[in-house]
Design a binder for this molecule. Sequence first.
Ligand code: ADP
Ligand code: MG
Length: 451
Amino acid sequence: MDIKDLWQIVLGEVELTISKANFITWFKSTRIHSKKDGVITISAPNGFTKEWLENKYNKLILKILRNNSPDIKELQFVIGESKPIINIKNLKNPSATLANNQLNFQEFNLNKETNLNPKYTFNNFVIGSFNELAQAASMGVVKHSGTLYNPLFIYGGVGLGKTHLLQAIGNKLYKKYPNRKIKYLSSEKYTRELVDAISKKGMDTFKKNFYKTDVLIIDDIQFIAGKEKTQEEFFNTFNALYQKNKQIIISSDRPPKAIPTLEDRLRSRFEGGMIADIGQPDLETRTAILKNKAEEKKVKIPDDVLNHLSVNVQSNIRELEGALNRVIAFSQINNTIPTIKNIDEILSQIINTPKKMTNCKKIFQTVSEFYDININDLFDRSRKKQLVQPRQISMYLIRKELNGSYPYIGEKLGGRDHTTVMYAYKKIKREIEENNSLQYEINLIKEKLYN
Ligand code: ADP
Ligand code: MG
């Protein structure tokens, strides 16, 4: 079958499966670019659509393709040569819509030396009460690198701006002191580099490389927990830099004391500097962020439409930005200035989706991963403190999120009595009210539960 026909078949089936608005938005101007060795490459008209197809429709497309051509193994997506989709001349009010007929992608290249992405700056970081402390502390670090707050530890939930701030500090310092050695990396990358160095016996180079940095920025340090060798080496690096007044900046999804199996000596090092949190942005700030992003992308969207978006997307800034991107893609493809009604259509999937489902297994997995314990310890009888609380939290969550009855929960947790479950539920409920950090931990777990 020729690839054009194959794609027609896929489109026909997709059209029956998803809503019309979505079909038009995401599948218009797509085609099969090539088919080779079982790999189908699909071409999308722009980066937003490509990303959306990749993340959301990959499985569906692959399934339909395989039904028609069983030898297909894999999908790839590319941005095709895009014909101008919007014809400015035909618009009633061209100045009020997209400034140019191509989406203004900010495809930056990472700086090879620092690993920083120059798109993250202080200039495009919107400040509100939820992040002003973290922002101010970051500016402090720029002004008095190595001497004021060391380390600077920034924590907060997903998609709230930690990476943005960390990289903004790095970018600013890089501009200010081009000769200083600045290094940005995630704790996972740090671990990979270390493992690589050990296996290739390149520890000397590894050490030298890290010990001579002037500014070390480690993102998502929580993933270092439990990795003994990595923590040990990081502790050495930390001390070497700290003693020389070199700036260290760290981010995490939670405060140091809530990272399980973080070695005490590292924890106390982290707590010895400045700790700043990032909370949830309020409505006003969410709208300000959207305005800022729309301006950055050189797209004009009416204020009431932006406001409507921020009322409806509350979870975090990354999702908010994703929603805006979808609106921009929609308006570009359909050649219209978006209205509130359009937005409702586009977002109907997100907004009206009933709460994503969870189940006991997922709760057990998420809780045990979060506290870095073995999942079987949840069902066990051990009274160790570091096991009892995760167990009680599991019970609490099954009750709260799944409406499980006390006897049912007892059964699920290794055949415990319903009174034990009742006690656990009440205890956690009370503790959440009295103890902010437990509340915070449980919110994080819930976030992971539904992601
Ligand atoms: P985190 O690292 O906390 O998960 P990110 O820093 O990756 O979150 O932020 C997610 C997205 O939201 C990024 O595109 C970032 O630029 C944007 N963002 C976050 N906070 C702000 C802010 N205060 N102003 C503007 N954009 C923001
Ligand atoms: Mg991040």
